[in-house]
Design a protein around this ligand. Sequence first.
Ligand code: SAM
Length: 276
Amino acid sequence: MTGTLYIVSTPIGNLGDITIRAVDVLKNVDLVLAEDTRHSKKLFAHYDIGTPLRAFHEHNEKDKTEAIINEINTGKSIAIISDAGTPLISDPGYHLVSNAKNVGLNVVPIPGPSALIAALTSSGLTSNSFTFFGFLPSKQVARLKFLQVKMNLDETIIFYESPKRILSTLKDMLEVFGGSREVCLAKELTKSFETILRDKLPNLIEYLSADISHQRGEFVILVSPADKIDLIESERQLDKILPILCAEMGASKASKLAAKITGLDKKHCYKRAKSL
Ligand code: SAM
């Protein structure tokens, strides 16, 4: 008899947000793999879970996978949890689950909280179609490039961001997306200082800059879909102003200015300026 690998979601802040089934599974498996065993001990104490915990994180996942699969093959049932929310969602577990599926093991999800879903469903932004990109690149050049590639997506786009970079990331978003998109900042979800703000980027930047405490905590950023009508309007505006600007200055300066005015991508404006 082989065992089962359970993917168990745990709270993202409020200890009450765990399912009865999740607690039951965590109590009854042979072993729980946790990102930070000290962190998970608090959850275990709260729910009186006595199952052994073993460290399983991004630095040892690849080394540990084979041994864990062998343990399940010999009949052990094992659960994986992360520090918060759903494992594998910007958290360890993909390598293990992928290998477990490759060898035909039984993988069972125990669904529950995830910050991206809590944020999306309370943002008021369209939820029919969305893409989650996890954490943005931490270096500004790579981040700007990434945002430029995604700026015209016709669906809600969702990112995780650390408090260290939240202000600079919103400033980068303003540079790439312009100021007209609706953006939601979902901060400290399910915790005492939960704040869910939906506004234009300049106002959200003002909120974060107004008080350093506003930049503390955990954040999800959601950006409304690129509005096709806005894009068409911006292109029209570009058609009008680009020849005028190019007559007064070089293509590089003109396209930078045009990008600022229209909210369109700088590279796109430059290409158009060169083709005039
Ligand atoms: N696995 C988790 C999930 O299912 O949401 C995500 C883990 S990822 C390492 C941690 C990031 O998720 C944080 O930096 C933040 O962007 C987001 N996050 C986690 N908990 C949050 C909360 N309570 N409020 C807002 N964002 C949160």
